[in-house]
Design a protein around this ligand. Structure first.
Ligand SMILES: [Zn+2]
Ligand SMILES: [Zn+2]
Length: 294
C-alpha cells in the first residue's frame, strides 16, 4: 500500500513530523488561542487546588480562634481543593480525561468537566482507589457542603474539626504519594496548623484542647495531672476532666486526717469492697517515714 493511498498513514506521518512541537503548542496553533490548552489547564488545576487548600487552612485557623462561622468557608474550600486535586492527578494521565465528553467536536472550553465522584470512580477503575475512610469522610463533606449551600447548616464544631483533620491527613497522603511533599506548597503561616492536622497525635491533642476550651465552666483550661498534656482539662461540675485521656481530677478526703486533696496528688490506699480510700500526700509521706524507720 502506498502512502498516498492510506489516509491513516498520512495522518500518523503528519503527527510524527509535528511531534517535536509540544502538545499544548499544537493545540493552540490548530484551534486558536481562545481555546484553553489542556496542558496548562492541568497546571491551573494543581495551583488552584493548592490555593483552595491554603484558603481552607486559613479559615480553619480562624474557626479555631473563635470565629465559628469561618469553619463553613473552610469546608467549602477544602471540598473544592480535593475535587481539583483529584482532577489534576487525572489530568496527568491525559489532559482530556477531565472532560465529561472528551470525544466532542465542540470546543472543549464549552465542555463540562468531571466532578468529584467521577474522579473518585476513575481512581477506583484505574486501580488506585482512595481508602474507605477517606471516601466516608468525603461523603460527610459533600453532605455538609450541601447543607451549607441550602442554609441548613448545623455546626457541630468537634465533629467538623475532627473530620476536617482526617481529610487534611488523607489529602497529604494522596499528594505525597502521587506528587510531591504537600507541605512544600503550604504557606508559612499555615504550616503549624497543617502539621498539627496531618499528624494524628497532634490532631487529637488539638481537638482535646478545643473541646476543653469550649466546655470548661471556669473560663480556663487546665493541665492534666494524669497524661501530662497541657490545657486539655475542663472544669465541669467540680471535676477537672481531661478531654484527651479521659481521666478526671477531683478532690478526695484523706482516710487518716480528713483533709481534702486532688485525687491526682492523693495515694489510693484501699479499693476493696467497691470503695476507694485515699491518703493525702502529707499522711502518705508520714507513713513512708515510719516504714523507713522500721
Ligand atoms: Zn489527660
Ligand atoms: Zn491526711
Amino acid at each position: 500500500m502506498s502512502s498516498e493511498a492510506c489516509g491513516l498513514y498520512d495522518d500518523r506521518h503528519q503527527r510524527k513530523k509535528g511531534a517535536k512541537m509540544s502538545f499544548t503548542k499544537r493545540w493552540i496553533e490548530e484551534d486558536g488561542p481562545k481555546v484553553q490548552a489542556p496542558a496548562s489547564h492541568k497546571l491551573d488545576l494543581h495551583e488552584n487546588a493548592l490555593d483552595s487548600f491554603n484558603e481552607a487552612l486559613t479559615r480553619f485557623k480562624e474557626g479555631t480562634g473563635g470565629n465559628v462561622k469561618a469553619y463553613k468557608f473552610a469546608i467549602q474550600h477544602l471540598s473544592h481543593s480535593i475535587e481539583l486535586l483529584f482532577k489534576s492527578h487525572i489530568a496527568q494521565m491525559h489532559p482530556l480525561l477531565i472532560y465529561k465528553n472528551p470525544f466532542t467536536a465542540k470546543p472543549l472550553d464549552r465542555e463540562m468537566t468531571i466532578g468529584l465522584w467521577d474522579a473518585v470512580q476513575f481512581l477506583k477503575n484505574s486501580g488506585d482507589p482512595i481508602g474507605k475512610d477517606f471516601e466516608a469522610d468525603l461523603l460527610w463533606l459533600k453532605k455538609l457542603r450541601n447543607e451549607i449551600e441550602h442554609s441548613r447548616f448545623d455546626m457541630d464544631v468537634a465533629t467538623v474539626r475532627a473530620t476536617m483533620g482526617r481529610l487534611v491527613e488523607a489529602i497529604k497522603d494522596f499528594h505525597d504519594h502521587f506528587d510531591d511533599d504537600l507541605s512544600a506548597f503550604v504557606t508559612k503561616g499555615n504550616l503549624p496548623l497543617f502539621e498539627e492536622l496531618s499528624d494524628e497525635y497532634r490532631r487529637s491533642l488539638g481537638e482535646a484542647r478545643a473541646k476543653a476550651a469550649a466546655s470548661t465552666q471556669d473560663g480556663e483550661t487546665h493541665d492534666c495531672e494524669f497524661c501530662g498534656e497541657r490545657d486539655t482539662g475542663a472544669r465541669i461540675d467540680g471535676e477537672v476532666k481531661c478531654q484527651y485521656c479521659g481521666e478526671s481530677n477531683y478532690t478526695v478526703d484523706c482516710l487518716r486526717c480528713g483533709a481534702d486533696e486532688l485525687v491526682s496528688d492523693a495515694t489510693l490506699w484501699n479499693d476493696e469492697d467497691g470503695r476507694s480510700d485515699y491518703l493525702c500526700s502529707s499522711c502518705y509521706a508520714h507513713y513512708q517515714s515510719l516504714v523507713a524507720a522500721d
